[in-house]
Write a protein that binds this ligand. Structure first.
Ligand code: NAD
Ligand code: MG
Length: 416
């Protein structure tokens, strides 16, 4: 039987469409967000799109969605986009520079901000959206890792809704009790069981890992993602960042988060309660599910994701992670224990090391070596403000570049 009050709310929410800003619209999450939004033209209206420098893709998106504003961080790219849009007769106003990202994240006509920039570059625009009290769909996990509780406390102050897009954290959120708000501890939650596919090198020996190439690292068995997160998934740093993200988002201690390798990527994570109940969220590995969930929350809408066929999946395996072969996971867990700016140092060193690996300047197995050295060198602040976090990020990046320079890496032939 349908509930009349629910029907009325649903009809009202469909009458006034929600304005959406997509930060990082040309990336993997950005493109999936557009896919979901376009399935519901009455419900969502794209107000602004942003990208770093991919002119052609942003041009196509502007022609398709007619946002009122588009940002290209790169000035030359912005100029080219502006010319192309003028020639095509599209009215979108083009802005450039990093401040413009914050401007479109806080527009009055925007109610929902998808934070899908990769890395620390997303910190200031997502924080601006949080401070402006928007519904912030957080795919970009690095800012949360870097800025600690700052992000969550700003959301509490402004009344912003912080909804996780990372499939694991979205799953955990879905398994939380009704009415749960991110950033708060829940006394009935005993543990969080964070699942991890194990990445493309789950069964690769330590010796072979030193010879893997960027192409092999970016070929994830279950998910199609941007290059940086793909490498993070291969080193298991992604799970390390997610471990810290889980502590921040759900108010749990590092001891309460248990990582399980689950190669099928069907159980997206679980919550264990005080009474021994374990709740899980399952689904096909497709980011449109968490995106649709957070866009429509607390309602449910079609995401375009096909039904999960458990007979086809047939079995669900769980294993312990191997921190000897994947030291990035250990390093991230250690920084979660240390707290303060330690996760920001870890994140910055990782971003610089991953970029160097993708440019073939260091080996895959050098990534944790660089991070560990940077963590040993950069002093940690205990209760940092935003300026201290940003200063620490810069210092860790400079140290990482120096460490990489000193490694004197000679490229070797890739693994067969
Ligand atoms: P991506 O590399 O595919 O896209 C990144 C987007 O950010 C692009 O639009 C790019 O133009 C923009 N960008 C890059 N550098 C920028 C800069 N300096 N300033 C402004 N914009 C910049 O990345 P992705 O895979 O879509 O991931 C985005 C974020 O979402 C990451 O933080 C990632 O960890 C997280 N995430 C991704 C997935 C996934 O399935 N792809 C899953 C969970 C979480
Ligand atoms: Mg994830």
């Amino acid at each position: 039987m349908s509930n009349i009050a629910d029907d009325v709310t649903q009809k009202q929410s469909q009458l006034t469409s929600a304005g959406v800003t997509i930060l990082g619209s040309t990336g993997s999450i950005g493109v999936n967000t557009i896919d979901v939004v376009m399935r519901h033209p009455k419900r969502f209206r794209v107000v602004a799109l942003t990208a770093h420098e991919q002119v052609d893709r942003l041009f196509e998106q502007c022609c398709q969605l007619h946002p009122s504003k588009a940002v290209m961080v790169d000035q030359v790219a912005a100029q080219r986009l502006g010319e192309k849009l003028r020639d095509a007769g599209v009215q979108t106003e083009v802005l450039s520079g990093v401040e413009a990202l914050q401007q479109v994240a806080t527009l009055p006509e925007t109610g929902i901000v998808m934070a899908a920039i990769v890395g620390a570059a997303g910190l200031l625009p997502s924080l601006a959206a949080v401070r402006a009290g928007k519904r912030v769909l957080l795919a970009n996990k690095e800012p949360l890792v870097m800025s600690g509780d700052l992000f969550v406390s700003e959301a509490r102050r402004s009344g912003a809704q912080l909804l996780p897009i990372d499939s694991e954290h979205n799953a955990i959120f879905q398994c939380m009790p009704p009415g749960y708000t991110t950033g708060r501890a829940h006394q009935a939650v005993r543990k969080i069981l964070l699942t991890c596919s194990g990445g493309p090198f789950r069964s690769v020996s330590a010796a072979e890992l030193s010879r893997v190439t960027p192409e092999q690292a970016c070929a994830h068995p279950n998910w199609v993602m941007g290059r940086k997160i793909s490498v993070d998934s291969a080193t298991l740093m992604n799970k390390g960042l997610e471990f810290i993200e889980a502590c921040r988002l759900f108010g749990v201690t590092p001891e309460q988060v248990k990582i399980l390798i689950h190669p099928q990527s069907v159980v997206h994570s679980m919550v264990e309660y005080a009474d021994g109940s374990v709740l899980a969220q399952l689904g096909n590995p497709d980011m449109r599910t968490p995106i649709a969930h957070a866009l429509a929350w607390p309602e449910r809408i079609d995401s375009g994701v096909r039904s999960l066929d458990l007979l086809e999946v047939a079995r669900l395996d769980f294993e312990r992670p191997d921190i000897k072969r994947f030291p990035c996971l250990r390093l991230a867990q250690e920084t979660a224990e240390i707290g303060g700016t330690a996760p920001a140092v870890l994140n910055a060193a990782n971003e610089v090391a991953v970029a160097a690996f993708l440019e073939r300047r260091i080996a895959f197995t050098d990534i944790p070596v660089v991070i560990e050295r940077v963590l040993a060198e950069v002093p940690i602040s205990r209760e940092p403000d935003l300026d201290a976090v940003l200063a620490c990020d810069s210092r860790a990046r400079a140290t990482a570049s120096r460490v990489i320079h000193g490694l004197d890496y000679k490229p070797v032939r890739g693994m067969r």
